[in-house]
Design a binder for this molecule. Structure first.
Ligand code: 5GP
Ligand code: MN
Length: 334
């Protein structure tokens, strides 16, 4: 981060303020970890902070410290709008374009308060007064740790803040396996464990929180998988009817996309999930190595993300979407 930005932010935070902290729509472990970690840090520094999420967060993150204080815009638009309009400072964490907050975009784009962005995606938009954006990082939570250190407040990181940061690093690094996991990541993790983070319990809370229905849904997704061996690609799909059959709840499909990559020789995977309410097919892409799924999602499915993990959507039917995907895959070098 630029020295002058750090000084300006230190100045902003030197007097108590009303602060809104905003994750992206469909917040994941990194979005929830970074916003709640920052929330606890700001409270400790005398501010009035609130996390306002565009929509509900998944159940497997409900154990996170103070997740019960998170305001859900979709459920309480009047109060959330008031909080946003009264905020003197706004943090947006784990995304870099305001359309990622969905309907809340209209409100955010009208606010007069300065924005601070902390994020690790490519090509940040220019809406923030202070932007800490770096694609070298595997998670926003790792950047939040640095951000707190830049402010000279490392000693404020207690077990609660450490727990939030740990969770985001854990989930966004695929349990410390993805390529952006560095020695520094592990040194930060070591520091967090020394602060008391329950490093064996948290992965259990996050990953071993399944229901029978979720396992059956996973089984169905694995059975639906199609392998395009010549193109080193595997994909699967879940229709709304299948989701309903297994009493799907938010978060149940998280991580299923990765299974395709466990097949020897497969370097590109996708999952297509029907959302009847929004009339879209939500898509997740993953790759191993050089194939850039961020570009693929941007070019073909109105999405984006990172080189090895991205998402997008399609307004075509499931069948048409899958056909389009197969057609695209057959024409590119993977
Ligand atoms: P996931 O597949 O886990 O939903 O998302 C993987 C990555 O792609 C995340 O970094 C997420 O922020 C990004 N991503 C997912 N969906 C979209 C989308 O519709 N648009 C953009 N720009 N990025 C997305
Ligand atoms: Mn992230």
């Amino acid at each position: 981060m630029k020295e002058q930005d750090i000084k300006a932010i230190q100045q902003l935070l030197s007097t108590p303020k009303k602060i809104a902290i905003i994750p992206h729509r469909n917040p994941d472990g990194d979005a929830m970890g970074s916003t709640l970690g920052l929330y606890h840090f700001l409270l400790k520094n005398g501010h009035q902070a609130v996390v306002v999420s565009p929509n509900e967060f998944p159940d497997f993150l409900a154990w996170m410290p103070s997740s019960n204080t998170v305001k859900i815009f979709e459920k309480d638009k009047i109060n959330c709008t008031k909080i946003l309009e009264e905020a003197e400072l706004v943090f947006t964490l784990d995304y870099n374009a305001l359309h990622r907050v969905g309907e809340m975009e209209n409100i955010l784009s009208e606010l007069k308060a300065p924005f601070i962005m902390i994020d690790h995606h490519q090509s940040p938009d220019d809406y923030a007064a202070y932007t800490y954006s770096d694609i070298a990082f595997g998670s926003t939570c790792e950047m939040l740790y640095n951000f707190i250190c830049f402010l000279g407040k490392k000693s404020d990181i207690d077990k609660t803040i450490a727990t939030c940061i740990y969770t985001g690093i854990l989930t966004d690094s695929g349990s410390f396996r993805f390529p952006k996991t560095t020695g520094t990541t592990h040194r930060i993790i070591a520091d967090l464990i020394d602060l008391g983070v329950e490093n064996t319990e948290i992965p259990t809370l996050v990953y071993d929180n399944s229901s029978y229905g979720r396992l059956q849904l996973l089984g169905r997704a694995l059975q639906n998988m199609k392998v395009l061996a010549a193109h080193k690609t595997a994909y699967t799909k879940l229709t709304q009817e299948e989701l309903n059959t297994f009493d799907h709840i938010k978060g149940d499909t998280e991580g299923i996309v990765n299974y395709g990559l466990s097949i020897k020789g497969i370097v590109f995977t996708a999952i297509f999930i029907e959302n009847a309410e929004e009339k879209i097919i939500k898509i997740s892409f993953r790759s191993q190595g050089n194939f850039d799924v961020n570009q693929f999602a941007r070019n073909n499915f109105s999405g984006g993300g990172h080189r090895n993990a991205a998402g997008g959507k399609s307004e075509l039917s499931m069948e048409e979407t899958v056909n389009k995907f197969e057609d695209l895959v057959s024409k590119i070098e993977i």
